[in-house]
Design a protein around this ligand. Sequence first.
Ligand SMILES: *Cc1c(COP(=O)(O)O)cnc(C)c1O
Length: 395
Amino acid sequence: MTGIPSIDKSMVRHSSRIELSLPALQSNVAFVRDKIGHEPIISAVVKSNAYGHSTQYFVPMLIQCGIKHFSVASSYEAQEVLKVCLPDCEIMIMGILYSKDLEWVIYHNIQYYVFDLERIRQTVEAARRVGKKAIIHLEVETGGNRTGLPIEQMEEALELLKQNADYIDFRGLCTHLAGAETLANHFRIRRQMVRYNEFYEMAQQKKILPKLRHIASSSAGFTIPEARMDMLRVGIVLYGLWPSPDVYNMHLVEINKVSDNPLTRVISWKTDVMHLKEVKEGEFVGYGTSYQAPRNMKVAVIPLGYANGYSRSLSNKGFVLIHGKRANICGLINMNLFMVDVTHIRGVKIGDEVVLIGKQKNNSITISSFSDFANQLNNELMSRLPADIPRRIMK
Ligand SMILES: *Cc1c(COP(=O)(O)O)cnc(C)c1O
């Protein structure tokens, strides 16, 4: 080996840190339960590294909250959940599953979406080879026009499921509603629900019934009681965010209040002041000419940039908290650095805590505030948080 010193890697610090609040998650799960009733199964959607929170940390936290069903977008993500879940947990792949992974998935009792006849045939073959039943959810086309079995193929699909009942556990009949978070889309959602029922009636006529019906994500689960059925695939609200102002407003109408916020953000994101600089009036800050000091000012250098999931679109727009006060970003977000104005904040020192998302003293930065000032969707911001930022669970 060359001269690499053998220092414990845990001693080396990352440029920022993420904290995950277990009490916040517990209260979000309780609220979802309260909202949807006791019967339906909650499948926690933990795709995209648990919306950026980290699968490795978030799945065990969900298990502590009594969740046992997890939905992901790929076999790779299923593997990530499998590593940290318990034997009595269920994992469901809603998205990409390559044929060559079928046997692995069946062997591990992982459930998966099927939306074409070829996949049913492959499933029979793979289940035969593995010597186990495959657990499938038949996803049907109701008007979303993404994935989904067309109604013309439903008879044949049911026939295949009937003939191969020894190899296939027909666990679910499902669809995805296209944009239930916006009330203006509800005419489309209602049409999807009518079409979904046509598929279900065909299954009833043939007496080949799925064990579970599920069509709702957070938005439909909160706003359309008939959409709750046997299981809900719930993502965004578990992380403590409302899917949209419409869904929040409908909640207020339902409980007949003008304000109420039972959802709590689980994530906080923090770093430290890296450096401080006095800048003379008329000087530019950072690259190019996008920010010129309007007066003598003091700026703090923050050791994060777009490579760390802090979007470049926040240049000259976003803000952070230092000493509980708002410090506006000045200039462009660089790959690994950005600058904020701290002229008005007394006594800022190198190493002082900087809050990017979360609370500091009496102030806080919400995730939705990013979408307010940079038009960045909550989901996009969260799911782009790099997996390598260290996480800590706050009890
Ligand atoms: C992401 C996703 C969900 C969860 O949606 P939320 O709005 O986060 O609750 C549910 N179903 C499918 C198919 C999804 O892709």
